[in-house]
Write a protein that binds this ligand. Structure first.
Ligand SMILES: [Fe+2]
Length: 285
């Protein structure tokens, strides 16, 4: 595990997640600590820091250590006493009770995401479930992985008017730019088709991928407490909010950019062109 002296690091499930205690994220983090946290994040995919109680500005300062802050299409606000906008998540804005990864306004998956739980639901509901895209990929047989390695996933924007395109195509399998590890770039709610397969074949594979996404042994169900901040590598993690709560709760989200997975050497794009552009859009040029 990462060299984070003085911190207590505990694995949260077999597939992903680590809890880091004894670190004050408000303090000025040195380069070695940031590098250690990044290594731990890349390895465990989800990091949980309880009892931090960061303001939205402190959360932005923390995340700026990990990359350039991204604009987010959903509900950005400037809070009273803050300098910059932050994404504010409340139940009235809807709950993401679908398996998904987060997307930038141009409908490219976000890089590294953070959620800061300010106020939990009073009834104790609203857990978040995270699932590892490495584990889903690795659960397929070698023959099936060879098939997956050649597929282009069609991501469809469903009902979010803040994004500036409705469809994007990415290789289903790619190499993580920082770990070199193969895995899926996959969002069960958004990936609705594969360019290289017949519709019935896509349906069959999507059903399998959705089933694996929901399999408890690839995931981590996290029960929030106020003051906790969670970071995840959105390039290899899907998440789901359990919609079992009533009343108010409040979270802030800050996201930073990170390089997208690179296509496998054996992957051939259906049409040469801009990464993520829909095939239909490329064909029209
Ligand atoms: Fe989300």
């Amino acid at each position: 595990m990462a060299n984070l002296s003085g911190s207590k690091i505990e694995s949260l499930s077999g597939s992903l997640g680590a809890q880091v205690e004894g670190m004050d994220l408000r303090s000025d983090l040195d380069d070695e600590t940031v590098a250690g946290l990044r290594r731990l994040l890349l390895d465990r995919l989800v990091l949980v820091f309880p009892d931090q109680n960061l303001s939205s500005d402190e959360q932005r300062t923390l995340m700026a250590h990990f990359g350039e802050i991204e604009k987010h299409p959903e509900r950005p606000q400037i809070l009273e006493g803050s300098a910059e906008e932050v994404v504010v998540i409340t139940p009235s804005g809807g709950v993401s009770a679908v398996w998904h990864c987060d997307y930038e306004p141009d409908f490219t998956p976000c890089g590294l995401c953070s959620l800061n739980m300010v106020e939990c639901a009073a009834d104790g509901g609203g857990d978040t479930i995270f699932v590892s895209a490495y584990r889903i990929y690795e659960s397929f047989s070698e023959r099936m992985r060879t098939l997956l390695d050649g597929l282009t996933a069609v991501h469809r924007n469903t009902g979010n008017s803040g994004r500036n395109r409705d469809e994007a195509h990415f290789p289903l399998v790619g190499i993580h730019p920082e770990t070199g590890r193969r895995g899926l770039l996959y969002s069960a709610h958004h990936v609705q088709d594969f360019v290289e397969l017949m519709p019935e074949e896509s349906e069959m594979l999507l059903a399998r991928l959705q089933l694996l996404t929901q399999r408890p042994n690839f995931g981590l169900r996290y029960h929030w407490r106020p003051g906790t901040i969670v970071l995840w590598d959105n390039r290899r993690v899907q998440h789901y909010v359990v919609p079992d709560f009533e009343g108010s709760r409040l979270l802030y989200q800050v996201t930073v950019s990170a390089a997208m997975p690179t296509p496998l050497p054996e992957y051939t794009p259906p049409i040469e062109g801009e990464y993520g552009a829909p095939v239909s859009e490329l064909a029209a040029r």
